[in-house]
Ligand binder design. Structure first.
Ligand code: C2E
Ligand code: MG
Ligand code: MG
Ligand code: MG
Length: 291
């Protein structure tokens, strides 16, 4: 398996390595065709309002239904899409598809409900390129949805990669009328006080801060993050709520929303609509004092 290149360079190929390299190249070309072949599926995971457990919105999460390998998770193809520059097309597909589903849900939901929202993950290559603004403008102008109900999720580490550029992009995104969620908060070693300079309206606390530790207690920092977010004027979504006691304790700490297996796994757009009709978010009930 040794191959002589030129005079003195020798490259050794082990069969396994070669196989992996071919797999990777095959996967790249298959991924390039996956969108037009309708193999990319967008699922929606409910985000629940803890006050009454009503469905407030959904996060769009991509899957790739590979013809031979079966259903692949984003961990298995998003980074490939980023590396080969396909994330721009993939991202636009997810954004456009999600906006269309959101418009459908909003149209089907009877009047007198809080407008449902949908949030879409944005990756670093997308945020670096200015086409994101054009793409978003296009999607918002051709899709009839309530202003602010389509949100972009940007991770804390992505903002910290290039804070100045991120700040410019986020301001423009906000001006176009999209919402902004700070995703995976707590994993990127920055502070909320610093991130407050960016126009986020929601923070999503990473699941590692939400669930109980091995000693059965909540991470002490959880309560402080929620309180600080509120002081800074942001609403809070807790990620990875898996049990009812997660949900109860998060509500007691003042967290507005939660997402996790306790409330539903990622589902199809039709299933999302059924759930929404079953548990729509009514406007908060006014408590009229009796004295
Ligand atoms: P994320 O944005 O933090 O999404 C939440 C992840 O947590 C999802 O994984 C979801 O299925 C999972 N999750 C939700 N509830 C629970 C729970 O109760 N317990 C546990 N253990 N996990 C839970 P998923 O779908 O595999 O997505 C992983 C990541 O891939 C996402 O993390 C997001 O960063 C990225 N991603 C997904 N779809 C897209 C996309 O269309 N574009 C881009 N750029 N990234 C995407
Ligand atoms: Mg997310
Ligand atoms: Mg997240
Ligand atoms: Mg996360």
């Amino acid at each position: 398996y040794a191959k002589r290149i030129g005079g003195d360079r020798i490259e050794i190929f082990k069969p396994a390595m070669r196989a992996r390299k071919t797999d990777r190249l095959t996967m790249e070309s298959e991924l390039r065709r996956a969108i037009e072949r309708q193999e990319i599926k967008v699922l929606f995971q409910p985000i629940v309002r803890l006050e009454d457990r009503a469905i407030a919105g959904f996060e769009a999460l991509s899957r790739w239904d590979h013809p031979k390998m079966g259903r692949l998770s984003p961990a298995e193809f998003i980074s490939i899409a980023e590396e080969i520059g396909l994330i721009v097309d993939l991202g636009l597909f997810v954004l456009d598809h999600t906006a269309k589903q959101l418009a459908r849900w909003q149209a089907e939901l009877p009047r007198g409900h809080e407008p449902v929202f949908a949030s879409v993950n944005v990756s670093s290559r997308q945020l670096l390129r200015h086409d994101l603004i054009q793409d978003l403008r296009g999607v918002l102008s051709r899709t009839p949805i309530t202003r602010g109900s389509l949100k972009l999720e940007i991770t804390e580490s992505l903002v910290m990669e290039n804070p100045e550029h991120a700040a410019q992009m986020l301001t423009r995104i906000k001006e176009l009328g999209a919402g902004l969620s700070l995703d995976d908060f707590g994993t990127g070693h920055s502070s909320l006080a610093y991130l407050q300079r960016f126009p986020f309206d929601t923070i999503k606390i990473d699941q590692s801060f939400v669930r109980t530790t091995s000693r059965g207690t909540r991470p002490v920092i959880l309560r402080s993050i929620i309180a600080l977010a509120h002081d800074l004027g942001m609403e809070v979504v807790a990620e990875g709520a898996e049990t009812d006691s997660d949900a109860v304790e998060l509500y007691q700490m003042g967290c507005e929303y939660a997402q996790g297996f306790a409330f539903g796994e990622p589902m199809t757009s039709d299933e999302a609509l059924d759930l929404l009709i079953e548990k729509p978010a009514r406007p908060r009930t006014l408590k009229i004092a009796s004295e």
